[in-house]
Design a protein around this ligand. Structure first.
Ligand SMILES: C[S@@+](CC[C@H](N)C(=O)[O-])C[C@H]1O[C@@H](n2cnc3c(N)ncnc32)[C@H](O)[C@@H]1O
Length: 236
Protein backbone atom coordinates (compact mmCIF):
# COMPACT_ATOMS: atom_id res chain seq x y z
CA UNK A 1 0.00 0.00 0.00
CA UNK A 2 1.43 3.44 -0.94
CA UNK A 3 1.45 6.50 1.31
CA UNK A 4 -1.28 8.03 -0.89
CA UNK A 5 -3.43 4.90 -0.26
CA UNK A 6 -2.99 5.46 3.50
CA UNK A 7 -4.22 9.03 3.01
CA UNK A 8 -7.26 7.74 1.07
CA UNK A 9 -8.30 5.83 4.17
CA UNK A 10 -8.29 8.89 6.47
CA UNK A 11 -9.30 11.52 3.89
CA UNK A 12 -12.76 12.19 5.33
CA UNK A 13 -11.30 12.71 8.86
CA UNK A 14 -8.15 14.57 7.84
CA UNK A 15 -9.52 18.08 8.33
CA UNK A 16 -10.80 17.20 11.80
CA UNK A 17 -7.34 15.92 12.71
CA UNK A 18 -5.46 18.97 11.50
CA UNK A 19 -8.08 21.24 13.08
CA UNK A 20 -6.99 19.76 16.43
CA UNK A 21 -3.37 20.59 15.72
CA UNK A 22 -2.69 24.07 17.11
CA UNK A 23 -1.10 26.39 14.57
CA UNK A 24 -1.41 24.00 11.60
CA UNK A 25 -3.04 26.54 9.27
CA UNK A 26 -1.09 29.48 10.65
CA UNK A 27 2.22 27.68 10.02
CA UNK A 28 1.24 26.93 6.43
CA UNK A 29 0.45 30.61 5.86
CA UNK A 30 3.80 31.48 7.41
CA UNK A 31 5.63 29.27 4.89
CA UNK A 32 3.66 30.84 2.03
CA UNK A 33 4.62 34.34 3.22
CA UNK A 34 8.24 33.22 3.51
CA UNK A 35 8.20 32.45 -0.22
CA UNK A 36 8.19 36.23 -0.63
CA UNK A 37 6.27 36.06 -3.92
CA UNK A 38 5.56 39.33 -5.70
CA UNK A 39 2.52 39.57 -7.96
CA UNK A 40 3.61 40.24 -11.57
CA UNK A 41 2.23 43.43 -13.17
CA UNK A 42 0.51 41.87 -16.19
CA UNK A 43 -0.86 38.53 -15.02
CA UNK A 44 -1.85 36.73 -11.83
CA UNK A 45 0.73 34.97 -9.71
CA UNK A 46 1.06 31.27 -10.60
CA UNK A 47 1.62 28.86 -7.74
CA UNK A 48 1.94 25.07 -7.71
CA UNK A 49 0.78 23.30 -4.53
CA UNK A 50 2.50 19.91 -4.61
CA UNK A 51 0.82 17.36 -2.31
CA UNK A 52 -2.19 19.59 -1.67
CA UNK A 53 -4.15 16.95 0.29
CA UNK A 54 -7.58 18.23 1.30
CA UNK A 55 -6.57 21.78 0.34
CA UNK A 56 -5.23 23.21 3.60
CA UNK A 57 -2.03 24.34 1.88
CA UNK A 58 -4.04 25.55 -1.15
CA UNK A 59 -6.16 27.66 1.20
CA UNK A 60 -3.00 29.04 2.82
CA UNK A 61 -1.72 30.17 -0.59
CA UNK A 62 -5.07 31.80 -1.39
CA UNK A 63 -5.25 33.60 1.93
CA UNK A 64 -1.83 35.18 1.33
CA UNK A 65 -2.35 35.72 -2.43
CA UNK A 66 -6.12 35.91 -3.07
CA UNK A 67 -5.74 36.44 -6.84
CA UNK A 68 -3.22 33.67 -7.46
CA UNK A 69 -3.76 30.98 -10.09
CA UNK A 70 -3.14 27.78 -8.21
CA UNK A 71 -2.56 24.30 -9.57
CA UNK A 72 -2.93 21.83 -6.71
CA UNK A 73 -1.66 18.27 -7.20
CA UNK A 74 -2.04 15.15 -5.08
CA UNK A 75 -1.65 11.39 -5.56
CA UNK A 76 -4.54 10.43 -3.25
CA UNK A 77 -7.93 10.38 -4.97
CA UNK A 78 -9.64 10.51 -1.56
CA UNK A 79 -7.75 13.58 -0.36
CA UNK A 80 -8.36 15.31 -3.70
CA UNK A 81 -12.08 14.51 -3.58
CA UNK A 82 -12.24 16.14 -0.13
CA UNK A 83 -10.40 19.18 -1.51
CA UNK A 84 -12.60 19.46 -4.59
CA UNK A 85 -15.75 19.28 -2.46
CA UNK A 86 -14.87 22.67 -0.95
CA UNK A 87 -15.66 26.11 -2.39
CA UNK A 88 -12.82 27.51 -4.50
CA UNK A 89 -12.47 30.47 -6.83
CA UNK A 90 -12.32 29.57 -10.52
CA UNK A 91 -8.57 30.11 -10.75
CA UNK A 92 -7.87 27.07 -8.52
CA UNK A 93 -7.41 23.73 -10.34
CA UNK A 94 -6.88 20.30 -8.85
CA UNK A 95 -4.97 17.51 -10.54
CA UNK A 96 -4.65 13.85 -9.59
CA UNK A 97 -0.99 12.94 -10.11
CA UNK A 98 2.08 11.69 -8.35
CA UNK A 99 4.68 14.33 -7.59
CA UNK A 100 7.24 12.05 -9.24
CA UNK A 101 5.37 12.52 -12.56
CA UNK A 102 4.08 16.05 -12.10
CA UNK A 103 5.83 17.55 -15.15
CA UNK A 104 4.21 15.07 -17.54
CA UNK A 105 0.85 15.32 -15.75
CA UNK A 106 0.79 19.12 -16.07
CA UNK A 107 1.79 18.95 -19.73
CA UNK A 108 -1.03 16.48 -20.43
CA UNK A 109 -3.70 18.90 -19.16
CA UNK A 110 -2.16 22.03 -20.64
CA UNK A 111 -1.53 23.52 -17.18
CA UNK A 112 1.04 26.31 -16.72
CA UNK A 113 4.63 25.08 -16.98
CA UNK A 114 6.34 28.11 -15.44
CA UNK A 115 5.29 28.88 -11.88
CA UNK A 116 6.31 31.83 -9.73
CA UNK A 117 6.24 29.65 -6.66
CA UNK A 118 5.99 26.02 -5.57
CA UNK A 119 4.82 24.98 -2.11
CA UNK A 120 5.38 21.38 -0.96
CA UNK A 121 3.88 21.04 2.51
CA UNK A 122 4.41 17.75 4.35
CA UNK A 123 5.13 15.99 1.05
CA UNK A 124 8.82 15.58 0.29
CA UNK A 125 9.45 13.15 3.15
CA UNK A 126 6.96 10.74 1.54
CA UNK A 127 7.92 10.69 -2.12
CA UNK A 128 9.84 7.75 -3.58
CA UNK A 129 12.39 9.96 -5.39
CA UNK A 130 13.17 13.13 -3.42
CA UNK A 131 15.87 14.35 -5.79
CA UNK A 132 13.62 13.71 -8.78
CA UNK A 133 10.72 15.65 -7.25
CA UNK A 134 12.95 18.57 -6.28
CA UNK A 135 14.42 18.57 -9.79
CA UNK A 136 10.91 18.59 -11.26
CA UNK A 137 9.91 21.49 -8.98
CA UNK A 138 12.96 23.43 -10.10
CA UNK A 139 12.16 22.71 -13.75
CA UNK A 140 8.58 23.94 -13.29
CA UNK A 141 9.64 27.25 -11.77
CA UNK A 142 10.21 30.32 -13.90
CA UNK A 143 13.76 31.75 -13.57
CA UNK A 144 13.81 33.55 -10.20
CA UNK A 145 10.83 31.47 -9.00
CA UNK A 146 10.82 30.26 -5.39
CA UNK A 147 10.30 26.90 -3.69
CA UNK A 148 9.12 26.42 -0.10
CA UNK A 149 9.32 22.96 1.42
CA UNK A 150 7.30 23.00 4.65
CA UNK A 151 8.54 19.90 6.42
CA UNK A 152 9.53 18.20 9.64
CA UNK A 153 13.22 17.42 10.11
CA UNK A 154 14.67 16.18 13.41
CA UNK A 155 17.69 14.07 12.48
CA UNK A 156 20.23 16.76 13.44
CA UNK A 157 18.96 17.23 17.01
CA UNK A 158 18.53 14.62 19.77
CA UNK A 159 16.27 17.00 21.63
CA UNK A 160 14.01 17.43 18.59
CA UNK A 161 13.88 13.65 18.11
CA UNK A 162 12.88 13.10 21.73
CA UNK A 163 10.20 15.80 21.64
CA UNK A 164 8.87 14.40 18.37
CA UNK A 165 8.62 10.83 19.75
CA UNK A 166 6.87 12.08 22.90
CA UNK A 167 4.37 14.21 20.96
CA UNK A 168 3.63 11.36 18.51
CA UNK A 169 3.11 8.71 21.18
CA UNK A 170 1.40 10.95 23.72
CA UNK A 171 -0.76 13.13 21.49
CA UNK A 172 -0.79 12.60 17.70
CA UNK A 173 -1.28 8.82 17.47
CA UNK A 174 -3.87 8.57 20.30
CA UNK A 175 -5.81 11.54 18.87
CA UNK A 176 -5.57 10.03 15.37
CA UNK A 177 -7.04 6.79 16.70
CA UNK A 178 -9.91 8.61 18.43
CA UNK A 179 -10.76 10.64 15.32
CA UNK A 180 -10.22 8.10 12.54
CA UNK A 181 -9.95 4.66 14.19
CA UNK A 182 -6.68 4.23 12.28
CA UNK A 183 -3.15 4.30 13.55
CA UNK A 184 -1.10 3.16 10.51
CA UNK A 185 -0.76 6.66 9.08
CA UNK A 186 0.21 8.19 12.42
CA UNK A 187 2.78 5.49 13.07
CA UNK A 188 4.09 6.18 9.56
CA UNK A 189 4.22 9.91 10.39
CA UNK A 190 6.38 9.27 13.47
CA UNK A 191 8.76 6.92 11.67
CA UNK A 192 9.05 8.87 8.42
CA UNK A 193 9.97 12.08 10.25
CA UNK A 194 12.64 10.26 12.30
CA UNK A 195 14.03 8.73 9.08
CA UNK A 196 13.95 11.96 7.03
CA UNK A 197 17.03 14.03 6.14
CA UNK A 198 18.48 16.30 8.79
CA UNK A 199 18.34 20.04 8.18
CA UNK A 200 21.92 20.19 6.86
CA UNK A 201 21.41 17.21 4.54
CA UNK A 202 18.18 18.58 3.16
CA UNK A 203 19.73 21.99 2.51
CA UNK A 204 22.48 20.16 0.67
CA UNK A 205 19.89 18.19 -1.31
CA UNK A 206 18.23 21.46 -2.38
CA UNK A 207 21.53 22.91 -3.52
CA UNK A 208 22.36 19.72 -5.42
CA UNK A 209 18.95 19.95 -7.14
CA UNK A 210 20.01 23.34 -8.53
CA UNK A 211 18.40 25.75 -6.08
CA UNK A 212 20.20 28.96 -5.11
CA UNK A 213 19.80 31.11 -1.97
CA UNK A 214 18.94 28.00 0.05
CA UNK A 215 17.75 28.93 3.54
CA UNK A 216 15.93 27.28 6.40
CA UNK A 217 13.60 29.18 8.72
CA UNK A 218 12.19 27.57 11.89
CA UNK A 219 8.64 27.56 13.20
CA UNK A 220 7.87 28.72 16.72
CA UNK A 221 6.52 27.08 19.88
CA UNK A 222 7.01 23.34 20.54
CA UNK A 223 7.68 22.84 16.80
CA UNK A 224 10.81 25.00 16.90
CA UNK A 225 13.67 22.78 15.69
CA UNK A 226 11.12 20.22 14.38
CA UNK A 227 9.09 21.93 11.65
CA UNK A 228 10.88 24.16 9.14
CA UNK A 229 10.42 26.17 5.97
CA UNK A 230 13.18 25.28 3.53
CA UNK A 231 13.50 27.91 0.82
CA UNK A 232 15.27 27.95 -2.51
CA UNK A 233 15.26 29.94 -5.74
CA UNK A 234 15.60 28.83 -9.34
CA UNK A 235 18.58 30.82 -10.60
CA UNK A 236 17.89 33.33 -13.38
C1 LIG B 1 0.21 15.35 5.22
S1 LIG B 1 -0.70 15.60 3.71
C2 LIG B 1 -0.47 17.33 3.50
C3 LIG B 1 -1.51 17.96 2.66
C4 LIG B 1 -1.42 19.47 2.52
N1 LIG B 1 -0.22 19.89 1.81
C5 LIG B 1 -1.48 20.16 3.87
O1 LIG B 1 -0.55 20.91 4.17
O2 LIG B 1 -2.43 19.93 4.61
C6 LIG B 1 0.44 14.93 2.52
C7 LIG B 1 -0.21 14.73 1.15
O3 LIG B 1 0.81 14.30 0.24
C8 LIG B 1 0.21 13.37 -0.64
N2 LIG B 1 1.25 12.53 -1.23
C9 LIG B 1 2.02 11.59 -0.63
N3 LIG B 1 2.87 11.05 -1.51
C10 LIG B 1 2.65 11.69 -2.69
C11 LIG B 1 3.23 11.61 -3.98
N4 LIG B 1 4.21 10.75 -4.23
N5 LIG B 1 2.77 12.43 -4.95
C12 LIG B 1 1.78 13.32 -4.70
N6 LIG B 1 1.17 13.43 -3.50
C13 LIG B 1 1.61 12.63 -2.51
C14 LIG B 1 -0.76 12.58 0.21
O4 LIG B 1 -1.74 11.95 -0.59
C15 LIG B 1 -1.30 13.66 1.11
O5 LIG B 1 -2.49 14.20 0.61
Amino acid sequence: MSVADDFDVVADRYDVMVGLSPGYHQDLRRSVRRLGLIEPARRPLRVLDLGCGTGASTRAILSVHPGAEITAVDASAGMLAAARAKQWPSQVDFLHAQAEHVTEALAAVDAPDAFDGVLAAYLVRSVSDRDGVLGAARGLLAPGGRLAVHEYSVADSRRAQLTWRLVCRGVITPTGWLVSRHTALYRYLERSVLDFDGVAAFRQRLSAAGFADVRVVPMSGWQRGILHTFLGTRPR
